[in-house]
Design a protein around this ligand. Structure first.
Ligand SMILES: *Cc1c(COP(=O)(O)O)cnc(C)c1O
Length: 361
């Protein structure tokens, strides 16, 4: 690491008192409470990455013509720091670094080098270690990058800010695991071949919100997207990948092919499932098959997975024209087992055979 990208620490002049922090962390929900510090690093075409700072969390001052506000050159990551018996750890943060680099490439942005990404995330976790909840909470970390050049012409910007902020979060499932209900969207798709579906960019979320609102109107927790070309193949949820557990010992999940976000939870779950003797089939699975297999009992369990909720059983599926449920309404045995193995590794209560856990403090 060169000096140019070393992160300079400018501690908060008046950090939150222990009492105030405890009060805010008591029932934090998701993404509403923020820690004291942030990291920012600047990129310009002439200097590359420079001016890395860990400092008091504060609003950005950006020009009204900043490219991100007009052409949405923005990407992000989502990851968590966990408080374990052996200290504070991250889960596969190198994978987040790699994925951010892939997203950057797709949006014609400069890559954040892996060591700079890890330095930034770890510096923030160390500075705000007191904000890492115990129990089943965690410190949600949000690395992100946006185009900060004041220019209204359409081309890749020549200035960017990479930043990391942190938010203590409670367990996604307060008061026990419960199956989520999903709405299968007819009208909207999330991504198309050649599009940005495999990049973690804000624009994908902007495009998914109207479908998520439609799901809510139909009384569902989440939206399921089908493919854009045939409206037939199950792709993923708004922010989670999806897996199907069959009666023949196989686990089916849609293949990564550019339209699906390559989830780190998905990848970890597939590894654990394989070790549990399940046969992994990354293959297209249609909504018609889903319905038929649920009705015949061939489909035993379905679950969604992602960093925020980890693993969430899918109970009821609604669509234009009806609904069906999966026999094992919610947390089936395979879903429960895979979740508990993954959470055990993240929380340091199960052996980390794959070297997925990275100690920070
Ligand atoms: C982030 C994200 C996921 C889950 O990825 P994880 O690395 O498991 O958190 C799935 N789908 C979409 C659209 C996402 O943005």
């Amino acid at each position: 690491m060169t000096d140019k990208t070393a992160i300079k620490s400018i501690p908060h002049a008046s950090p939150t008192s222990a009492d105030a922090r405890a009060a805010r962390m008591e029932n934090p929900g998701f993404g509403k409470v923020f820690s004291d510090h942030m990291v920012t690093v600047t990129w310009t075409a002439d200097k590359g990455w420079h001016d890395g700072e860990l400092k008091a969390r504060a609003p950005f001052s950006i020009d009204p013509a900043a490219a991100v506000l007009h052409y949405a050159q923005e990407i992000f990551e989502g990851m968590k720091a966990y408080r374990t018996e052996k200290g504070i750890v991250l889960f596969r943060p190198e994978e987040n670094a790699r994925r951010l680099a892939m997203s950057a490439e797709r949006l014609a942005m400069p890559a954040v080098p892996e060591d700079l990404f890890l330095d930034a995330v770890e510096a923030l976790v160390r500075a705000d270690a007191d904000w890492v909840p115990g129990g089943d909470g965690s410190l949600y970390l949000r690395p992100f990058m946006f185009a900060n050049e004041a220019f209204l012409g359409v081309r890749p910007a020549t200035q960017y800010i990479f930043s990391v902020i942190a938010s203590p979060v409670g367990s996604y499932f307060k008061g026990g695991y419960k199956a989520v209900s999903v709405w299968v969207s007819d009208d909207y798709t999330r991504s198309a071949p050649g599009g940005t579906g495999a990049a973690k960019c804000g624009g994908n979320y902007a495009a998914s919100l109207v479908a998520q609102a439609e799901a809510s109107r139909h009384g569902c927790d989440q939206v399921v997207f089908l493919d854009a070309a045939e409206h037939r193949w199950v792709e993923e949820l708004g922010g989670m990948n999806v897996c199907f557990v069959m009666d023949d010992g196989s686990l089916i999940t849609p293949p990564l092919g550019g339209t699906i976000l390559p989830g780190i939870t998905r990848d970890s779950i597939l590894t654990l499932a394989r070790e549990n003797g399940l046969r992994i089939e990354e293959k297209p699975y249609s909504f018609d098959e889903w319905r038929k297999d649920a009705e015949s009992g061939k489909l035993r369990e379905a679950f969604a997975c992602g960093t925020a909720a980890v693993v969430a059983g899918i109970g009821t599926i609604r669509f234009n024209g009806g609904s069906f449920s999966i026999g094992n309404s919610g947390d089936g045995p395979v879903t429960a087992r895979l979740r508990s193995e993954l959470v055990g590794i993240q929380r340091g209560t199960a052996a980390d055979k794959h070297g997925w856990v990275r100690p920070v403090l």
